[in-house]
Design a protein around this ligand. Structure first.
Ligand SMILES: [Zn+2]
Ligand SMILES: [Zn+2]
Ligand SMILES: [Zn+2]
Ligand SMILES: [Zn+2]
Length: 380
């Protein structure tokens, strides 16, 4: 995680509050914790070393990066056995002695590299774009090297994504808050942690981004993007009420900013409705979906993935309702018969989306059958 807490008692300090060690900038909630850390926490021995590394945040990021590289190399050892780095052509990195990784969609011998070499490549490309003022598009194309492979163009995943997240944060953490790059680096770290299933730390990072944005004055778009990361993280942590609140804010924010016929808005409606169904708030879910499904059909057509998903959620809201009428249940079944047929045609029978529609259809049919057959008619 990034350092948002007192180094001793873990009181939340955000990105700026608290009392700093005058030499190394380690932060504490107050003088008592600072004194304790020096006398009992070993800070007297580490302080100089942390200062030399560039301060507490940098020291922490360097350490986390080294750990993440070791984890990634170990996890990839089997996959990269006997291969060499496509950037430096060596098996062992000349300086760090780290092993090889691969975390994209490259196959065979392609795409094997050292995290350090991927980092060096991204750093140099981004620096060139900044020095030569290459403009927004060129900058973004180069920035992509922090998160996707230059050979297959697919996003890195898992442990490799996490190591690159720490690398990116450690490279740009010294930038001022007002420099967009600092926020972009933090955001990359957040998603690296998230996709390495480290949700607690991802949450701290996203919360830090949100408070940073609030200080510098965010655009509505930036705010909505961070909120959607926060919503996913809350959900991953099982904090469903908070996720739902966030989803509701995102949905109304998207309606305001982009209007109802926009892809972001429809996705937000879908997420909000899905959260409502999970929390058994079925009437509210139905009302959102009744409003937005016709919009989705208009924008994406009847075969659009989001159209189909929203219709499936609507059917679920119908048949999972204990107070559903027979007509509701029949509508749920008719809907799912139709969506299942379309999904099967578009994505094939083995696709997980098809399986999900199939399962929902079976459930809906079972509920309807149970209702149509009263328990007393067993002897018929
Ligand atoms: Zn403290
Ligand atoms: Zn210190
Ligand atoms: Zn290399
Ligand atoms: Zn690749």
């Amino acid at each position: 995680m990034i350092l948002t807490q007192c180094a001793v008692c873990a009181t939340d300090l955000g990105l700026t509050l608290g009392k700093k060690c005058g030499r190394c900038s380690t932060r504490y909630c107050g003088p008592e914790c600072q004194k304790k850390h020096w006398e009992e926490g070993g800070h007297d021995k580490l302080c100089k070393k942390i200062k030399k590394a560039g301060g507490a945040e940098q020291y922490n990021a360097n350490q986390k990066y080294a750990e993440a590289v070791a984890v990634a190399a170990e996890k990839c050892a089997e996959d990269t056995k006997g291969q060499t780095c496509y950037i430096c052509t060596q098996a062992l990195h000349w300086k760090t002695k780290e092993g090889l990784v691969r975390g994209c969609s490259c196959r065979g011998t392609a795409g094997v590299a050292h995290v350090s070499c991927l980092v060096e490549q991204a750093k140099i490309l981004v620096a060139e774009a900044e020095e030569n003022n290459l403009g927004h598009d060129a900058f973004n194309a180069r920035w992509r090297r922090w998160c996707s492979c230059s050979l297959c163009e697919q996003e890195y995943h898992g442990v490799v994504k996490c190591a690159l997240g720490w690398a990116c944060w450690k490279t740009y953490l010294g930038r001022p808050e007002t420099d967009e790059v600092q926020g972009m680096a933090m955001s990359l770290l957040g998603s690296g942690l998230f996709f390495a299933y480290n949700y607690e730390d991802a949450l701290l990072v996203y919360e830090a981004i949100l408070s940073m944005l609030r200080r510098v004055g965010p655009s509505e778009e930036q705010l909505l993007v961070v909120q959607s990361h926060l919503a996913s993280t809350y959900r991953a942590l099982g904090r469903n009420e908070e996720a739902l609140q966030m989803d509701r804010d995102i949905y109304s924010g998207r309606l305001r900013l982009n209007g109802e016929g926009n892809g972001h808005t429809l996705l937000a409606a879908n997420n909000y409705a899905s959260g409502l169904v999970d929390l058994r708030r079925l009437e509210e879910a139905k009302s959102v979906l009744r409003k937005m499904i016709p919009v989705a059909r208009r924008v994406f057509g009847d075969t659009g993935r989001l159209t189909l998903t929203m219709r499936k959620i609507y059917a679920r809201a119908l048949y999972e309702d204990a107070g559903a009428t027979l007509d509701d249940l029949r509508e749920a079944v008719t809907t799912l018969v139709e969506t299942e047929r379309i999904v099967r045609r578009v994505m094939g029978g083995a696709h997980p989306t098809t399986t999900a529609h199939e399962a929902a259809l079976q459930e809906a049919r079972a509920v309807l059958a149970a209702r149509e057959t009263p328990p007393t008619s067993n002897n018929a």
